[in-house]
Structure formats: structure tokens, C-alpha cells
Design a binder for this molecule. Structure first.
Ligand SMILES: NC(=O)c1ccc[n+]([C@@H]2O[C@H](COP(=O)([O-])OP(=O)(O)OC[C@H]3O[C@@H](n4cnc5c(N)ncnc54)[C@H](O)[C@@H]3O)[C@@H](O)[C@H]2O)c1
Ligand SMILES: [Zn+2]
Length: 370
């Protein structure tokens, strides 16, 4: 069977690139966008700069929760209809971007439930959508999926039609992102690059993108956490996050399967959950596939890129940016591990882990990360 490689996302990058938005909307032929965002963004300078461009004339839905739920999608879809909108500006972190991207599906087919998602229906001609990230982590702005919680589980809605019409990567917008969130979202971007590179799917273009993403994160994550005004570091992190999401077209691994229940059961931030589980999964994988992380270590610029040194480097980077290990500190209880490992095993990400994992393995990995 042949392989398919596709990189169709249209991206504008640069400090101040948000200012070009009216021109892009005109080119898309739209004039009544709905801004989809979350309440935490409203007081930020990032949101104020968008408001200035809109002249406060565009409709706003700001009810997206972190780790968004299906009710957020329903409410945002209702706002789109009430506002008689013709397009979406998804503005925020992965949560706002995921909701903004996916409401176009609900707008097109109000007769269908979003989940379970009907992949084979005709999803051509969705409303235009501009995605504008204000975190540098998920890369959702460039991806073909949205992650929404329904029935207590993170469900991935995936379709090439979900790709945004345009991505605007403006490092001015991540300038005010607090250090803790800069670290946690940056960790997500790094794990996307590492898990996609080491997943066994055949996709050399994605492998190359993942390695360059790791290199950019090595150069810029700690800098962006220490000095939020470092626009060069902020820009490199935005680019790396976008690259991580392009790379994980290849799929992810067991770290993400462990992270998803930590958000649904314990409300943990997605990137933090990934960071706290990552070193244990990497060690588990390297014990079974020696040399797995050697090229990851090379991308970090390590002189001795052996597995153990590479894993220690990742742990050290997370400690440096304040992501201290230990799930207990985030309220995770041992009594939750059985139910969480059951949900982690049902999550599909681990199917492309470099080595197969059982539910028991996932339980042991949670125990180690506790
Ligand atoms: N679609 C995908 O491909 C994909 C990939 C990975 C993760 N995700 C999903 O994305 C979500 C996580 O997204 P996230 O990590 O970006 O966090 P988030 O969107 O949940 O935002 C976290 C917090 O940061 C605040 N914030 C965002 N930008 C800010 C700024 N510039 N200044 C100040 N505060 C700001 C928000 O108000 C919010 O309170 C999860 O639901 C996860 O499952 C999706
Ligand atoms: Zn992720």
C-alpha cells in the first residue's frame, strides 16, 4: 500500500501579524466572524488587541472551559446562529481553538450529533475559520482534530476539513502568557514532537519536522518561561508548537493516553499531565527498544545522546521551567489509578507507542508518576 503525505495548512507568522487580519478576512470573503475564546483571555492584552481590530463589532463567544466539554460546543454553535455569523475566529489556547474549529461541523449539519462523529459524511464547504493561538503548545491551530469531552472522556473529532482556512502565529499574543502556562503548554509541544518522532508509523517528512521542533524548543522554552517578553523565544515556541501538531499526523503514544484521563478525572492541564508522565514512559520504552531516543538526544544537542541522558535532559528541562514531578501534588489519588488506567487503555494514542502497552503497564506508569 502507498503512503500519503499532506501539509496543506496556510500559515502567517511574525510579531504583529495579527494586524493583517482584516485583509485576510476580506480575502476569505467574510465579514461577520464569531470570535470563540475562553473567559481567561478577556482581560489580556492579547484579546484587547483583537478587540481593537474588530472595533468590538464582531460577535464573541467566551464560554469555553479548559478541557472543553460538548456543552461548550453547543453554546458556541448557538452563538454563531444568533449572531448570523459567516465565519469563525478561534482565539486562545487549544481549548478555544478546538471548540472554534469544530462548531463549523455543527453549523453545517445541525441534524447530526457531533459525537459519535460521522467521518464519512460530506464535510466540504465548512465555514471559513482563522485560528490564532495565544499559547504555544497544542498546535491545534494547524491540526485536523478537536478534542472535546463527552460522557466523561476526551473524544477526538478528526477530519481534514477541520483544517483552518488560515493560521496567524503572532508572538505578541503569547507575551502575556504566565510562566507556569508557558512551561506547561511548551511541554505539550515537546511531547508531541518526541512521541510522533518515536511512533513506528512511516512518515519521514513528519520525522524531520519533529526533530527540528525539538531543536527549537531546546533553544527557546526556558528562555520564554524566564522572560515572557523575549519575542524571539516566543516566536520559536509558536513555530515549534505548530510543527509538533503537524508531526503528530503520525500519531502519538502512551504519554498522551496517560495524560487524557488526568484531565477528565482530575481536571489537570493537558501539558502538565504530559510532562509529569513523560520521563516514566520514555524509560519504559527505552528499556524495550534501546537507542529509541538517540536522535531525540541529537536534536537536543547532547554530546552523549544515549537514552538515559536524553530522558534525564527532558526531566531536567521540565524541572528548570518549574514542572516539578509528582501527580499527588496535583490532587491525584492512588484510589483513582484503576479507573484512570482503564480509560487510558481505551484511549487510542498508545496504539502507536513504540512498544505495546497493557492496562497493567499503564497502571504501573501512573504509580511511578504519582
Ligand atoms: N486539537 C489538537 O490537536 C490538540 C492537541 C493537543 C491538545 N489539545 C487540547 O487543547 C487543550 C489544552 O490547550 P492549552 O494547553 O493551550 O490550554 P487552554 O486552552 O486550556 O488554556 C489554558 C489557560 O490559559 C489561559 N490563556 C491562554 N492564552 C493566554 C494568554 N496569552 N495570556 C494569559 N492567559 C492565557 C486560558 O485563559 C486558560 O485559562 C486540551 O483540551 C487538550 O486536550 C488539542
Ligand atoms: Zn498534547
Amino acid at each position: 500500500m502507498s503512503s500519503s503525505f499532506s501539509f496543506p495548512t496556510n500559515i502567517r507568522f511574525g510579531a504583529g501579524s495579527l494586524q493583517e487580519l482584516p485583509r485576510h478576512l476580506a480575502a476569505l470573503g467574510v465579514n461577520k466572524p464569531l470570535i470563540v475564546t475562553d473567559p481567561g483571555l478577556l482581560p489580556t492584552d492579547a484579546f484587547k488587541s483583537l478587540e481593537k481590530i474588530s472595533g468590538k463589532k464582531w460577535a464573541v463567544f467566551s464560554g469555553v472551559h479548559p478541557n472543553p466539554v460538548i456543552e461548550d460546543v453547543e453554546a458556541a454553535t448557538a452563538a454563531y446562529r444568533t449572531g448570523k455569523c459567516d465565519s469563525v475566529i478561534a482565539f486562545g489556547g487549544g481549548s478555544a481553538l478546538d471548540v472554534g474549529k469544530v462548531i463549523r461541523i455543527c453549523v453545517k449539519r445541525p441534524d447530526k450529533p457531533l459525537i459519535p462523529f460521522d467521518f464519512d459524511a460530506d464535510w466540504s464547504g465548512l465555514a471559513p475559520c482563522v485560528t490564532i493561538p495565544t499559547t504555544a503548545g497544542t498546535g491545534s491551530e494547524a491540526g485536523r482534530s478537536s478534542v472535546i469531552i463527552k460522557d466523561g472522556r476526551k473524544q477526538v473529532i478528526f477530519h481534514p476539513a477541520l483544517i483552518a482556512s488560515l493560521v496567524v502565529l503572532d508572538p505578541e499574543l503569547t507575551r502575556g502568557l504566565p510562566p507556569k502556562l508557558t512551561a506547561a503548554t511548551g511541554a505539550d509541544a515537546l511531547i508531541h514532537c518526541i512521541e510522533s518522532f518515536t511512533s513506528p508509523v512511516f512518515h519521514p517528512p513528519c520525522d524531520g519536522i519533529a526533530l527540528e521542533g525539538i531543536h527549537l524548543i531546546e533553544q527557546s522554552l526556558a528562555r520564554a518561561v524566564k522572560n515572557g517578553d523575549d519575542l524571539e523565544a516566543r516566536g520559536k515556541m509558536l513555530v515549534a508548537a505548530m510543527m509538533g501538531a503537524i508531526a503528530f499526523q503520525k500519531d502519538l503514544g502512551a504519554i498522551h493516553s496517560l495524560a487524557h484521563p488526568l484531565s477528565t478525572f482530575c481536571g489537570m492541564h493537558h501539558g502538565t499531565a504530559n510532562a509529569l508522565c513523560a520521563p516514566f514512559v520514555m524509560k519504559f520504552n527505552a528499556e524495550r527498544v534501546p537507542g529509541l531516543y538517540r536522535r531525540v538526544g541529537v536534536a537536543f544537542g547532547l554530546s552523549n545522546p544515549e537514552d538515559a541522558a536524553t530522558i534525564e535532559h527532558v526531566s531536567g528541562l521540565f524541572r528548570e521551567v518549574g514542572l516539578a514531578p509528582g501527580l499527588r501534588a496535583y490532587g491525584v489519588k492512588e484510589s483513582q489509578l484503576d479507573a484512570m488506567s482503564e480509560q487510558a487503555f481505551e484511549d487510542t494514542c498508545h496504539q502507536t507507542n513504540p512498544v505495546p502497552v497493557t492496562q497493567k503497564d499503564l497502571r504501573s506508569l501512573y504509580q511511578l508518576a504519582l
